[in-house]
Ligand binder design. Sequence first.
Ligand code: GLC
Ligand code: CA
Length: 546
Amino acid sequence: MGERWYTESVIYCLDVETFQDSNGDGIGDFQGLIGRLDYLTRLGINCVWLSPIHPTPGRDDGYDATDFYNVDPRLGTLGDFAELLHEAANRGIKIIIDLVVNHTSDEHPWFQSAVASKDSPYRDWFVWTDKEPADRHQGMVFPGEQAETWTYHRKARAWYYHRFYDFQPDLNFTNPQVRTEIKKILAFWLQLGVAGFRMDAVPFIIELTEPGNTNSPMDFDYLSELRAHVQWRRGDAVLLAEANVEPEKLPEYFGDSGGSGNRIPMLFDFMLNGRLVLALARQNPEPVIEWLRTTPKLPAGGQWATFLRNHDEIDLSRLTSEQREDVFAEFGPDDSMKLYDRGIRRRLAPMLGGDRRRLELAYSLQFTLRGTPVLRYGEEIGMGEDLSLPGRYAIRTPMQWSFDTNGGFSAGPPVRKVISSGEYGYKKLNVTAQRHDDRSLLAWFERMIRTLRESPEVGNGTCTCIDDGFPPGVLVHRADGATGSMLFLHNLGTARVEVDLGSLAAEANHPNEVFGDQDYKEVGDLSALELGPYGYRWIRLQRKSA
Ligand code: GLC
Ligand code: CA
C-alpha cells in the first residue's frame, strides 16, 4: 500500500452497540466486535469507523458524550478497546473513531460545573449570553425535533448555545483551554492506537458563535492547528470530516489558500451522495456527471469519502425542490419514510425495491467513482429499515448474523429490535444464509471489494467522465494512476444498450474485463460494448508496473 493508506481503503462503519453482543445483555460490545473481525477481513475491509464509543446518556445515540477519555461501560472496558485495536491490527484493519467535540452531553461534568456557578473554571468552556439572542429560533439542525439553538438555563441564569439538541451544549472554541483540551483528547486516542478520527460537525466546531449573529465568523486556522498536532503525534493518522456545506466552501476545509492541503485530508462527499441518489431515481447519470465536472479542485493529498448510506437520513437539502421531489417520489413516497423535510430514513435495499440488479449497479458505481468508499454495516447483505422506530433509529437496527434468536446479534433482550418479519427479517435475510449462497449479495460484495483492491487507481488516481454521446442512462468513467488505467461502464436505465469506446483501443493493452453484472462477449476492440438493464462492466485498459 502507498503512503496514504486511506486512499486505498474500504471503510466500514458500524455502531459497536448494534453489531454483536458477546455476553447476552442485549448490547453489542467490543468483545463481540473482536469475534467478527474475521468476517470483516473476508469481506475485504481494511478500516472500520466506529460510531461514538464514549460514556453517554444516549439521548442522541452516543453523539452526546459525558467523558471523552473513556469508553461506554456497556460496550466493555478500555482494556477491551485496546484488545480490539490489537486484534484489528493483526488483520490489517485500522480503527478510526467518531470524534464528537462540537458539544458535550448536558450531563458532562464540564457543563454541570459550568451551570452551577458563574465562577466555575468550566463556565467559559461553553457559549453563554445573558440576554435572549435575536437568532434564538434560527439554525436548528433537527427541525421538528428542536425548537431553538439558544436555551435559557435556570440554574445558570443565562442562555447557552446548542447547534443540535438542547441537551448538547456547544463547546466554546474561542477559549484556548477548550482548544488545548481537544488536542489532548485526540492525542490520547492516537496514543492508544487509533488510526484517526471521523470528525463530527466540523463547520460548527470552527464557528465562533456570536449571539444574534447568524453569520458568525469561522476559524479555519484551528483545523490547520489540529492537523499539525495530529500529524506530529502519529504521522499516518487520518481525519475524515463531516462538513455538509456549499461546494464553494469545501476547499477551505482541505487546506488554506496556499494550496498545500494542510487541514482535513478527507471529507465526505455529501454532494455526490445526493446526486447519486437523484441519478438512481431518474435513471439518468447527468447529476453525477455534472458534479464530477464541477467539483472544486482539491489540494494534493486531499481525498473524498464516498457513501450511499450512513447512520443519518439521506440529506437531500442540496438538491433543488424539483429534484428532491423526484427522489421522494421514487424512494420515499410515504411520509413515514421522510425526515426533517429534507431526507429519507431508509436503507438502500428497500429504497431500490429489493432489486438486486439495481443494488449492484448502485454500489458498483459508488465504489468505482473517485474517493474512498464507505460502507454502512448491514448494507452488504441488503438489510432493511424499521419505520416503526423513531427518526434515524429506523436504520440503526442490529446486524443480522444468522437464523438464531435476534438474528444471532444477542441471546438477551436486544438494545433495539432486530428486524424479524417480512422480506428483510433475519429469518430470511442474514449473513449465514448468504454465506451458503455463492450468488448472494454478500458474496457479490466480497468479489467486488476484492476486485477493487486490485484496482488501486480508483482510490488514488484521477477520475474522468467520458462523454461521447452515449445512450441515455449510461455513465462511462475511467480511473488513471501509477498502477494503470481502468474503465467503467454503468447503465442506470433498463434498456439494453451498446457503447462504442473504440477510440480508446489504441491506448488499451489487452483490455481485460475484471468484473461485471453478467458474462458479456469479449471486449474486443472496445467498439461494441454491450450493457444489460442496470448493467455494469469494469475493464482494465492497461497495467503499469509501479
Ligand atoms: C452529526 C452526526 C449525527 C449527530 C449530530 C450531532 O451530524 O452524524 O448523527 O446527531 O452530528 O452530534
Ligand atoms: Ca454486551
